[in-house]
Design a protein around this ligand. Structure first.
Ligand code: SF4
Length: 271
């Protein structure tokens, strides 16, 4: 049986519940969209498109106001473009409006960090606004990496270059800014995927917790070794196509106060 292509998210699903992995990645039952994934996609889209802004006409006095205005319009357009997906979720307008407001706050927080970075570059390195913007602008956005040897793929939200150093960043819209094991695995995998394609590891990897702040880590041999171990484990554990080889792991992820696992109904009918 050839190896399956894995991703940080498939590995995490397996670790949460092998049976859930079986339904999602082997049988390929469809999963349902939820407000967190739809909102996350909209925020990612706005952040990706933001760097297309033409900074050349902005000046030192008004750039904050103008960039905020640009981001607000961009986000509103992305939100409007997702209106069908949002309404299909079947949640009330009040809740949708809560997520809209929360998302605008996240983007304002992200912009404030960018403003600090721009001002810092302008003062410390004596750069013009346009030069500072070019320096902080990512070299790539939403880049897919796939490696045939590792049989892993992943989407890296942001790739920055600082001199010769490469820094990979993933945006998170999650409630908590805790650096969970699943995030360390994701970052380790991204560092490996980058190295496979470019022949050198990034110097840092990090998560931009949009409700809070960015958290950066040095890429260490341990980060890579742990990620490689998990990749080898998942390939070994998912060779089979028999349901019995994917045990149920019951937890709070089966059912909670406002929802349930996408496969709850079928799962409770099968042994
Ligand atoms: S309902 Fe629970 S045990 Fe069943 S697949 Fe979902 S998470 Fe796993």
């Amino acid at each position: 049986m050839p190896k399956r292509v894995q991703s940080p998210s498939s590995i995490n699903t397996y670790k949460q519940c092998p049976r859930r992995y079986f339904y999602q990645y082997i049988i390929k039952y469809p999963t349902k969209a939820n407000i967190h994934t739809v909102r996350g996609n909209i925020v990612h889209e706005a952040l990706e498109k933001f760097f297309s802004v033409d900074i050349s006409t902005f000046n030192d006095e008004s750039f904050k106001k103008e960039l905020s205005f640009f981001m607000k319009n961009l986000f509103d357009a992305c939100w409007a473009g997702a209106s069908n997906r949002l309404h299909k979720l079947g949640i009330d307008d009040e809740r949708i409006s809560f997520y809209y407001d929360e998302s605008t706050q996240m983007l304002a927080n992200w912009l404030n960090h960018l403003f600090d970075g721009l001002e810092n570059e302008m003062k410390q390195s004596d750069l013009s606004l346009q030069e500072a913007f070019r320096k902080l602008k990512p070299i790539e956005l939403e880049k897919e990496f796939k490696d045939k040897e590792l049989m892993v793929r992943g989407f890296i939200d942001v790739i920055h270059k600082d001199g010769d150093d490469i820094i990979l960043v993933d945006y998170k819209t999650s409630k908590s800014s805790e650096l969970k094991d699943e995030y360390l695995l994701q970052l380790g995998i991204y560092a490996m995927l980058y190295e496979k394609q470019h022949g050198k590891y990034p110097v840092k990897v990090g998560l931009w917790f949009l409700k809070d702040k960015p958290v950066m880590l040095k890429v260490t041999p341990k980060l890579i070794k742990d990620a490689l171990f998990e990749v080898e484990q998942i390939h070994f554990a998912t060779e089979s196509e028999r349901i019995g080889d994917y045990p149920k792991k019951e937890s709070g992820l089966c059912r909670w106060s406002t929802g349930q696992c996408d496969f709850y109904d079928i799962c409770t009918r099968e042994r």
